[in-house]
Design a protein around this ligand. Structure first.
Ligand SMILES: Nc1ncnc2c1ncn2[C@@H]1O[C@H](COP(=O)(O)OP(=O)(O)OP(=O)(O)O)[C@@H](O)[C@H]1O
Length: 668
């Protein structure tokens, strides 16, 4: 509880110091005002009592004026800044809380971000409130200090019995209502998954994705009904928990009120029995009645802070989730590795009989931080990336069996590989693993930097980029390296180490790419943000991807009043983004699925040209296009079953031959 208060205060303090200090100071300075007020009341009453006609009235006026002054200080000097600071802190708390959650979510490993359990955690974390946790904490401190002062006053008058009785009844109330509040909170926490479902139904009914199906199949009513039933069920659960909580606290609350009443009545007898002055009686009476009303408030603050503390624990737990995209948060992955290592070994690559055979000494691969090396690699423009995969296995958290079942392969620099296989054979999963978006359940993915051979930009590519080859070469590498090392059974370059690659050395065009509603400029520049103001480079990338879009500052996406590209146009834009990245290794996961036949053909030709001399992995169901690759990998039920050139695989009469003939039969 104290930790959550401290952490919430730190979040707000980091965001803006002034309102935190103002609120804390104003609330704390208000504490001594209370006993001062009581003392002045006593003084005033005593002076009035002692005053008799003919005596000067000044002492009474002085006491009354001091009391008025204190009221002004309490209500205006301290009262005014408090709501102002609270309003600001409320805004800041909402902003910071959401910012932290959004930033965290965007940094989670893909597998974690996709996991329902993590989504439920986020839902619970979203119930936390930075502002409420801080404000309730400060208010509780203030109320607690006031209560201590009032107790002190009672004790000063020797009222031990009264103090003990009030404390006992307050403790009883705290225990009973604390337990009830915990039960209500537990109900709220358990509803996280249902709240997510509610939000999902609402987004289906209001969003764009499902709008067509909802109208066509008349699903609106069904969804609205489900939403209402779920909502009602949740509301009923909450109401039940609150009802039983309220019923439980009736007894202790009655007791506290009774104690207060009895004590007040008891005090009426005090002046007579102890010879106290009217001022003493006033101060005691006020102290008891204030305490009796303050203690339930203190109790309520305690309960609220406890509830907020629990929510804060969810918030903290979410923010502490492992951010490493390559190793993930899944315990099953502890044995998995994805490393980036220097080269130094010999290998046989792209062999016709599949499955890599590594020979010779392998230098210790070492994990590196992502980012710096990209700059280094981009600056010197050397080398290509070699990908080595050993014993790779992957099982989705919710799946009963492995999707990837022990894959070994090597893709040397400058090697263009096609990955083919039936639906569900694991192609996209493999790409996500290789791209570092999922962490393997076991096995190794090792990237090595290899020396480049020829690094010239081919005339064809230069032309394709609209004469902006120079601009595109900046920060990148376009070259016409040969693919000899990809020929089956041929050894690739050996003994060529080098710097390791980094995040920006990889680029990808995914099958299910995100249609981000940004400007065209931003959409393309996401590939290389440093080029965001370089119009010739951005236009060249669009040109290279076959897109005819030229208005870089045009908003894309109808929901924001912008241009709505067709499916094929969208694909060209995201391809331009990947091209702009100038990565050493490019993944194309079914990048032509939405293109018309001519555009598809153009795209494959372009793919061949722009990936000249660098490594690329193309996932495709168009086996005619796969023929263009240097090597074809055939995946079946999560295993690499064949590997080789088109002619070799056809002559083997295996899975590839079967798939190819089946597809070709459509065109006979
Ligand atoms: N998030 C997930 N959770 C559980 N299982 C998944 C998940 N994503 C994919 N799978 C399963 O993994 C298997 C391989 O899926 P994947 O998308 O990799 O196949 P694919 O070869 O790319 O298929 P396609 O050709 O249809 O695109 C499928 O059985 C699929 O149902």
């Amino acid at each position: 509880m104290i930790r959550s208060f401290r952490e919430a205060a730190a979040v707000l303090y980091r965001a803006e110091r002034k309102p935190v200090l103002v609120l804390a100071l104003a609330l704390l300075l208000a504490v001594p005002v209370l006993p001062a007020e009581l003392w002045l009341v006593k003084m005033l009453v005593d002076r009035i009592q002692r005053w008799s006609p003919g005596e000067p009235i000044t002492p009474i006026i002085a006491a009354a004026a001091s009391f008025a002054f204190l009221l002004v200080v309490g209500n205006i000097a301290l009262g005014v800044p408090i709501p102002m600071a609270q309003t600001r802190l409320n805004e800041l708390g909402t902003l910071e809380g959401q910012r932290l959650l959004l930033r965290k979510t965007s940094r989670l490993p893909l597998a974690a971000a996709e996991s329902p359990a993590i989504k439920d955690r986020r839902e619970r974390a979203m119930q936390a409130s930075v502002y409420d946790t801080f404000n309730t904490g400060v208010e509780m401190v203030q109320t607690g200090l006031r209560a201590i002062m009032l107790f002190g006053l009672l004790l000063a008058y020797g009222q031990w019995l009264a103090s003990a009785t009030v404390i006992m009844s307050a403790l009883l109330l705290a225990v009973v209502s604390g337990r009830s509040a915990d039960r209500v909170e537990a109900v709220g926490q358990a509803q996280a998954a249902e709240r997510r479902l509610l939000a999902y139904y609402a987004s289906l009914m209001t969003g764009r994705e499902a709008a067509k199906e909802i109208r066509l199949f008349g699903l609106g009513g069904l969804l609205a009904d489900r939403w209402r039933v779920l909502y009602d069920a949740q509301a009923a659960q909450t109401a039940k928990a609150i009802r039983s909580s309220e019923l439980r606290s009736i007894g202790p609350e009655l007791l506290a009120a009774l104690v207060g009443g009895l004590l007040a009545a008891f005090l009426v007898l005090l002046p007579v029995s102890r010879g106290l002055s009217a001022g003493d009686f006033s101060i005691l009476f006020m102290a008891v009645t204030m305490l009796v009303s303050l203690l339930p408030r203190l109790n309520a603050s305690l309960i609220a802070l406890r509830r907020l503390g629990r929510r804060w624990q969810d918030f903290r737990a979410y923010l502490e989730l492992d951010e490493d995209g390559r190793f993930g948060t899944d315990e099953r992955r502890t044995e998995a590795t994805q490393t980036w290592g220097a080269g130094g070994e010999r290998h046989t690559a792209c062999g016709a009989d599949g499955i890599v055979r590594s020979a010779g000494a392998t230098s210790d691969p070492h994990t590196v931080s992502v980012g710096k090396e990209l700059a280094a690699a981009a600056a010197d423009g050397i080398g290509g990336l070699q990908l080595e995969v050993r014993g790779l296995r992957y099982r989705y958290a919710e799946a009963g069996s492995e999707t990837i079942r022990g894959i070994d392969l090597t893709i040397p620099p400058g090697c263009r590989v096609a990955l083919v296989g039936e639906n569900g054979s694991g192609k996209s999963t493999l790409v996500k693993l290789l791209a570092g978006l999922y962490a393997p359940s076991s096995g190794e993915i090792v990237w090595r930097r290899k020396e480049a051979r020829s690094r010239k930009v081919s005339r064809e590519v230069e032309e394709q980029y609209g004469g902006s080859g120079e601009a595109l070469r900046e920060g990148g590498r376009l070259y016409d390296g040969s693919a000899d090392n990809c020929l089956p059974g041929t050894d690739a370059d050996a003994e060529d180490g080098g710097v390791v690659p980094a995040e920006g050395s990889l680029a990808a065009v995914f099958q299910d790419f995100a249609k981000l509603h940004l400007t065209l400029r931003e959409l393309v520049a996401l590939g290389r943000l440093s080029a965001i103001d370089d119009d010739p480079v951005l236009l060249a990338a669009l040109n290279a991807a076959g897109s005819r879009q030229r208005e870089l500052d045009r908003q894309i996406g109808a929901p924001f009043g912008g241009l709505e590209p067709s499916g094929g146009e969208w694909q060209k834009i995201v391809t331009a983004r990947a091209l702009l990245r100038q990565a050493d290794f490019v993944f194309f996961d079914e990048p032509t699925a939405a293109l018309d036949p001519q555009a598809e053909r153009d795209a494959f030709e372009l793919f061949m040209r722009v990936t000249e001399g660098r490594s690329a992995l193309l996932v495709t169901h168009r086996l005619g296009a796969a023929k263009l690759a240097d090597t074809i990998f055939v995946l079946k039920e999560g295993r690499l079953v064949e590997q080789g050139s088109h002619d070799e695989l056809m002559s083997q009469g295996g899975e590839y031959d079967r798939l190819f003939r089946m597809q070709a039969s459509w065109y006979e």
